[in-house]
Ligand binder design. Structure first.
Ligand code: LMR
Length: 398
């Protein structure tokens, strides 16, 4: 069967991790995949997660199937985190949440569900966006288009162009937005800009789909939900794909959620029924462990506080690495202004390094950066920062 079939290209992000693993250079540095590393260069299991796991190990009585949409307690915890405990969305019962295998799974479930009822709709993605968005929505059968977002010359958001794009999205189309910590650019909308986008969505009647994979990595879990809150208050139909991979460090537990918000409880019941039929044919029902860990932490005040502290530590370390990189490059006499890196939010920096430099860094220094110049700041440590700054300075001057 495979004789006349060409091999598929490696994934632009996870493929880098494979190449990194196979690289024998002892100085190698992986600034590719969005996985948090501590200053020792390891991806630790959070202490709150370990403690929750101990509780769960004692309590576990069965490994029977979960419901199609996951443990109901998990859905409750997810909604409290997404909307805030006192949210009207929760009290009015107009959100339906299903546990999905990670943010990717959540996006795909949402995409499949949307495709059933919006057969001719297009999906609009930001220019640029996370590489897998194209794959996920394309695989669900959608035609894709791009809306303006990032201005490479000023290394910042091109808000007038964004507004112009979004005002021209036809009613019924789907607009994929990054709720915070835009991947790959690290450039977010401010509160006023979000409010304006919500108004456009309402006026133009397109369907917002928020990808919310980094709650807590921007300014904090409460601050980062601003966009979600604004869309909720607008009373429009919208979707949220959320993930606990990053903020709980539950990467390999594949733990995320798809939440469908409707204007009324009655519509939400219908939405949930279709979420279930969608999940059933994709993977039947979700894996249990990660969801139970997250729900245990989110429903225990002491564990919650501990987790919030651990999340703040991750966020602050990334901010410190942003400064270390900018200052390190300046100290090496690099005359290009990299100060914008300090303004960006989340795990990533869209560094402005072009693909020639990205290739040079990989070939000559075993430093792995995603094509387009996206750097995972969490891959920097006090042990490798000088090596990385030296290498980038050399590459730029070369
Ligand atoms: C990333 O953007 O690096 C992460 O979201 C991991 C992934 O699956 O691509």
């Amino acid at each position: 069967m495979w004789k006349n079939i060409e091999a598929a290209p490696a994934d632009s992000i996870l493929g880098l991790t494979e190449a990194f693993r196979n690289d024998s250079n002892p100085a190698k540095v992986n600034l590719g995949v969005g996985v948090y590393k501590d200053d020792a260069g390891t991806t630790p299991v959070l202490k709150s997660v370990k403690d929750a796991e101990k509780i769960l190990l004692d309590k576990e009585k069965t490994k029977s199937y979960l419901p199609i949409s996951g443990d109901p307690g998990y859905g409750v915890c997810v909604q409290k985190l997404l909307f805030g405990e006192a949210s009207e969305v929760i009290s009015s019962g107009r959100a339906a949440t299903a546990h999905a295998p990670g943010g990717t799974g959540a996006l795909r479930v949402g995409a499949e569900l949307l495709k059933k009822f919006n057969t001719t709709a297009k999906v609009w993605i930001s220019k640029p966006t996370w590489a897998n968005h194209k794959g996920i929505f394309g695989a669900a059968g959608f035609e894709l288009d791009e809306y303006a977002y990032y201005d490479a010359s000023s290394m910042s958001l091109d808000f007038p162009a964004l507004v112009n794009s979004l005002e021209n999205v036809p009613a019924g189309d789907i607009v994929l937005l990054h709720a915070c910590c835009h991947n790959p650019s690290g450039v977010d909308l401010n509160e006023e800009q979000w409010s304006q986008v919500v108004e456009i969505a309402k006026a133009k009647n397109w369907i917002p789909f928020l990808d919310f994979a980094y709650q807590g990595f921007g300014a904090g879990v409460n601050e980062d939900r601003f966009a979600v809150e604004q869309f909720a208050a607008a009373g429009v139909d919208f979707f949220v794909a959320s993930s606990f991979s990053k903020n709980f460090g539950l990467y390999n537990e594949r733990c995320g959620a798809i939440t469908v918000i409707s204007p009324s409880r009655e519509e939400s019941v219908v939405a949930m029924s279709h979420l279930k039929t969608t999940v059933r044919v994709l993977y039947s029902n979700p894996p249990a462990h990660g969801g139970l860990v997250a729900a245990t932490i989110l429903s225990d005040p002491a564990l919650y506080e501990q987790w919030i502290g651990e999340l703040a530590e991750m966020r602050q370390r990334i901010v410190a690495m942003r400064s270390a990189l900018v200052d390190g490059l300046a100290a090496r006499g690099v005359d290009r202004d990299f100060s914008f890196i300090k303004e960006q939010r989340g795990m990533f920096s869209f560094s402005g390094l072009n693909d020639d430099i990205v290739k040079w860094l990989r070939d000559n220094k075993a430093i792995y950066v995603v094509g387009g110049g996206r750097i995972n700041l969490a891959g920097l440590t006090t042990a490798n920062i000088d090596y990385v700054c030296d290498a980038i300075a050399e590459a730029i001057k070369a």
